[in-house]
Design a protein around this ligand. Structure first.
Ligand SMILES: Nc1nc2c(c(=O)[nH]1)N[C@H]1C(S)=C(S)[C@@H](COP(=O)(O)O)O[C@H]1N2
Ligand SMILES: [Mo]
Length: 302
């Protein structure tokens, strides 16, 4: 493979220390403001201090349409996905395009725990203790060029390992996109683990995006390509149903999905007694991310 990146650098080379510290300081500030646990705990906790779901809940109730549209299909079929060796192609408007081996990425990144609430557009939610690294650190590694404004993501496409792609539910491969500032935000992570264990295939092994203030479908799984571009990239759900799914897909309890309300969510877990709770603007991460949307109408730009 041409241009394979060799890991001969330390974290410090990867991200200029000033920016690196800044990002951690931002997180520290968010923590202090919310009055949550100190430095010993995860860098960011779920809004309202919600209890994490069990490993069992998180890994048995999934959406990963490449393995079928049922909530238990991913747990049943995703084992067939080969996740080693793995590489992510980073290309487009970057200084160092190429295939980045998963092991090399892991060596270069700082892995942290982040407990995030996750809100699916189908009006259920979970709290997940992810392990992963900031997407910004990976993008810094590749060197984002000046003209870049968006980041496009692509999931692996392996019909022989993915029974669901035989059905044209979505245009395969699954694709997603973020604006560059959303991608660089310290809350945006690439998850590689759950509860300190390697991320299971049904949750998007070996690495998947997590953007806690957006609906779950923005969190693209098993990423093989990241492209920096100057144009808004296509997204699978917008392509499939532009009337129901926009590019931003920010959690907004005030804007109903055309077929259901988004004002409450059902908490997964607790069996028969699963509770409904009010959905919060930007999924409760408003203090951290509202600035990204200053001057934008979050009812129109959905
Ligand atoms: N490649 C791919 N990524 C995907 C999906 C998918 O079908 N394919 N589903 C999305 C949706 S709708 C949700 S709610 C989350 C579910 O993540 P989880 O199974 O880890 O809870 O993954 C998102 N990422
Ligand atoms: Mo979802």
């Amino acid at each position: 493979m041409a241009n394979r990146w060799i890991n001969d650098r330390t974290d410090r080379d990867v991200t200029p220390e000033r920016i690196f510290l800044n990002r951690r300081q931002i997180m520290g500030g968010a923590l202090a403001g919310a009055g949550l646990a100190g430095l010993a705990g995860p860098a960011v906790a779920a809004p309202e201090g919600l209890e994490p779901n069990s490993f069992e809940d998180i890994t048995s109730y999934n959406n990963y349409y490449e393995f079928g549209t049922g909530k238990d299909d991913p747990a049943r079929y995703a084992d067939a996905l080969t996740t080693r060796p793995w590489a992510v192609r980073i290309d487009g408007l970057v200084d160092k395009p190429g295939e980045y081996a998963f092991e090399d990425i892991m060596k270069a990144m700082t892995i942290e725990e982040r407990i995030y609430k996750f809100r699916c557009v189908e009006a259920w939610s979970m709290v997940v203790p992810w392990n992963g690294f900031e997407l910004a650190d990976l993008l810094d590694l590749a060197g984002v060029q000046n003209g870049a404004r968006y980041v496009a993501f692509e999931t692996v496409l392996r019909p022989e390992e993915m029974p669901g792609v035989a059905y044209p539910v979505l245009d395969w491969p699954y694709v997603e996109g973020l604006r560059l500032d959303e991608a660089m935000h310290p809350l945006t992570i690439m998850a590689t683990g759950i509860y300190g264990r390697d991320i299971p295939n049904q949750n998007g092994a070996p690495l998947r995006l997590v953007v806690p203030w957006k609906y779950g479908f923005k969190s693209i799984k098993s990423v093989v390509r990241i492209t920096l571009t100057d144009k808004e990239p296509p997204t699978s759900w917008n392509r499939a149903n532009p009337r129901e799914y926009g590019f931003y897909s920010n959690v907004n309890p005030q804007v109903d999905h055309p077929r259901w309300s988004q004002s409450t969510e059902r908490q997964i877990g607790g069996g028969l007694f699963s509770r409904r709770i009010p959905t919060l603007m930007l999924n409760g991460y408003q203090d951290e991310v509202a600035d990204l949307y200053t001057g934008m109408d979050l009812r129109k730009n959905i």
